[in-house]
Design a protein around this ligand. Structure first.
Ligand code: ADP
Ligand code: MG
Length: 140
């Protein structure tokens, strides 16, 4: 295992319910370090570009609307095996299928409003981190 960085987004359903701290505690308690973080309102074009990989999916327009419906917290998480580790901490996309103790099991409202985004590969992590952060904003 190697030290990796992954992109995380705390989604609007979670920021609205004031869950940023509780979600960050999950990352920290599981050995990930928050090495960059900012709260922002995504523009429609930013949300569309970020989720461009899903643009043919039936839920794309709703997903974009949801992601701009309130503040998000975008963050870079660093640690051993960070990409896979974060996916495990997050739990399954559909909270009904998520394991006990995961963020989505504890906090998600629905398959769409599922509280967090996490990069799905090291390659996508690098692209997604680059989408939101410059290297000088990341302090490991
Ligand atoms: P993950 O976030 O677990 O990597 P995907 O990349 O498949 O999941 O989907 C991106 C996001 O799109 C999900 O986190 C969720 O917010 C939304 N989404 C996925 N599948 C559905 C669905 N069937 N209906 C509504 N929204 C969905
Ligand atoms: Mg995904």
């Amino acid at each position: 295992m190697a030290k990796e960085r992954t992109l995380s987004i705390i989604k609007p359903d979670a920021t609205k319910r004031n869950l940023t701290g509780k979600i960050n505690t999950k990352f920290e308690d599981n050995g990930l370090r928050i090495v960059a973080q900012k709260r922002m309102l995504l523009t429609k074009s930013e949300a569309e570009a970020f989720y461009a990989v899903h643009k043919e999916r039936p839920f794309y327009n709703d997903l974009v609307s949801f992601m701009i419906s309130g503040p998000v917290v975008v963050q870079v998480l660093e640690g051993e095996d960070a990409v896979a580790k974060n996916r495990k901490i997050m739990g399954a996309t559909n909270p009904a299928a998520a394991e006990e103790g995961t963020i989505r099991k504890e906090f998600a409202e629905s398959v769409e409003a599922n509280s967090v985004h996490g990069s799905d590969s090291l390659e996508n992590a690098a692209k997604e981190i680059n989408f939101f952060f410059s290297e000088t904003e990341i302090v490991g």
